[in-house]
Design a protein around this ligand. Sequence first.
Ligand code: ZN
Length: 59
Amino acid sequence: MPASTPPRPLCRDCDGFPVVAITTGDRHRNGARVTARVSCPTCQGTGYTIPASLVRAGR
Ligand SMILES: [Zn+2]
C-alpha cells in the first residue's frame, strides 16, 4: 500500500484523465487546431470510479 492513498480510486478506463482533447484535423482562423473534448463515459468525466459499496444495483 502506498503511503499516499487517493481518497477515491482512479477510473480504470481513463486512469484519472477523464477529459481528453482530440484533434479533428480542422483549424481555426487563427491557426489553432480544432479540438473536440470528450469525457470518459465510465466515470462521466470525474476521473474516479464510484466505490462499489456506494453503487446500488437496480434503482
Ligand atoms: Zn474515466
